[in-house]
Design a protein around this ligand. Structure first.
Ligand code: SF4
Length: 443
């Protein structure tokens, strides 16, 4: 049996798509091996959000060809879409598949027994990507306790630092029946939490059904315990969604809402469609309706024109708003984006020090969020594996919790009393089922 190794860079959507490719290659008779093991086929699902991501893609190929020099190398994903000319020049690549054909990549591979290196890569690429709503050619083989469910693709926003609209095309939604069918299969397969992924999922629209309507259909699936929204743009969060999250017994009280900057002039040159005030009002509305909301965000530092004063504005809002953590990104100039043409590029050392300051603040925010729950009883969905005698899992509002346990708690929902914190997770101890002290039914 031929071996296949898949490596994914970038976002949850890429991970969800790799799960689909994995299922298909398994069905085509490949044995899936861990990345780094000897292989006959390497599939790299790439990212082009930053220059670093593209560099890592090239490194992954070189590394694999060192131990498996005859491996057939197929490259797909956003770098294959936006960097096809560059990838053509990278030694060792045999097939380049743009995002239009990503889902069908296995159909473009030679038969397993006739995999062999090519003198030049075969290229399947279109400049633009179809706009139609879609179904998935295959359902995924998730490799984590929280199954990723792709519901949407593409983005029309055109933020001036972002390549994704060029890599993934215009907004489009997955047919609702196709989403429900895969969700039912995943739940029948034992998954208790589904994470809705896409690029701009708040723009989900299928016939008259929007994101809240889709969630209502998912909530009716027996055995599904949690529905989590991965990341959602601030301008797409409606009062209806907030109300649904406040009253639902399945929709997790968790929102990851990219802020990017706390300075209005930077937001405007980023082409982000909201002001700091509007973002703040949204957060206040959400927190008022959902007191235990887990709130994450993305913040970018070093965007052209970001003065010390503008950065101070970002620090102020990051401190003031009740974030439970934030992901910090350093601006990476992307060819073809409006940002790449902007003057006043920020020196790398300055951007790095700003990123360091924000990362430290995020650590303190995460700690403060965990400390809020010391003494409380929370429901935790445990993931596979043990770390130094600890089992790990997350609450519905995305607090990571570790408990000392020798039991295999994989994919189990357990009540845990929070006893302490570290700056990366809360510590707890298992308590008897359905403990009366548990905080609100959903947590
Ligand atoms: S909303 Fe902006 S940052 Fe997000 S994918 Fe669209 S263009 Fe990129």
């Amino acid at each position: 049996m031929k071996r296949a190794s898949l490596h994914t860079l970038g976002c949850r959507l890429n991970q969800a798509e790799t799960a689909v490719l994995t299922a298909r290659l398994r069905r085509d008779g490949y044995r899936i091996v861990e990345f780094g093991e000897l292989t006959d086929l390497l599939v790299v699902n790439t990212c082009s959000v930053t220059e670093e991501a593209e560099r890592t893609c090239r490194y992954v190929i070189r590394k694999t060809l060192k131990h498996s020099p005859d491996a057939f190398v197929a490259v797909t994903g956003c770098y294959a879409q936006t960097g096809v000319q560059e990838l053509r020049t990278i030694p060792g690549i045999d097939l380049i598949v743009g995002n239009q054909f990503k889902g069908d990549l296995p159909s473009f591979l030679p038969a397993p027994h006739s995999l062999k290196k090519q003198p030049d890569p075969e290229v399947l690429h279109t400049r633009t990507i179809d706009r139609e709503d879609f179904i998935l050619p295959e359902y995924g083989d998730p490799d984590s306790t929280r199954a990723l469910l792709k519901i949407q693709d593409g983005c029309n926003v055109m933020c001036s630092f972002c390549l994704i609209p060029f890599a993934r095309g215009r907004e489009r939604s997955r047919l609702q029946d196709d989403v429900i069918q895969e969700a039912e299969i995943l739940v029948a397969g034992g998954y208790r939490e589904l994470v809705l992924t896409g690029v701009n999922i708040g723009q989900y629209r299928q016939d008259a059904l929007d994101l809240v309507g889709l969630i209502a259909r998912l909530e009716r699936i027996e055995g599904l315990e949690r529905i989590r929204i991965s990341s959602i743009e601030p301008t797409t969060i409606t009062n209806t969604l907030i109300d649904r999250m406040a009253s639902s017994s399945k929709l997790c009280p968790y929102l990851h809402i990219p802020l990017q900057s706390g300075d209005d002039s930077i937001l405007s040159s980023m082409n982000r469609p909201y002001s700091v005030k509007e973002f703040t009002l949204l957060i206040q509305r959400a927190m008022a309706a959902i007191p235990h909301l887990g709130l994450g965000t993305d913040i970018m530092v070093g965007f052209p024109g970001e003065t010390e004063e503008a950065f101070e504005h970002t620090l102020d809002i990051a401190r003031a708003l009740p974030f439970s953590y934030f992901h910090v990104f350093t601006y990476s100039q992307r060819p073809g984006t409006a940002g790449a043409k902007l003057p006043n590029q920020v020196p790398a050392a300055v951007a790095r020090s700003r990123a360091k300051t924000l990362t430290e603040l995020s650590r303190l925010k995460r700690l403060a969020f965990a400390e809020r729950y010391i003494g409380s009883i929370l429901s935790v969905l445990f993931e596979s594996g043990h770390l130094d005698g600890f089992s790990s899992g997350t609450t519905a509002n995305f607090l990571r919790v570790n408990v000392p346990s020798s039991l295999d708690l994989t994919n189990q929902l357990k009540d845990v009393q929070i006893t302490g914190t570290s700056d990366r997770w809360a510590l707890g101890k298992l308590t008897p089922e359905r403990h009366p002290l548990r905080i609100v039914p959903m947590l």
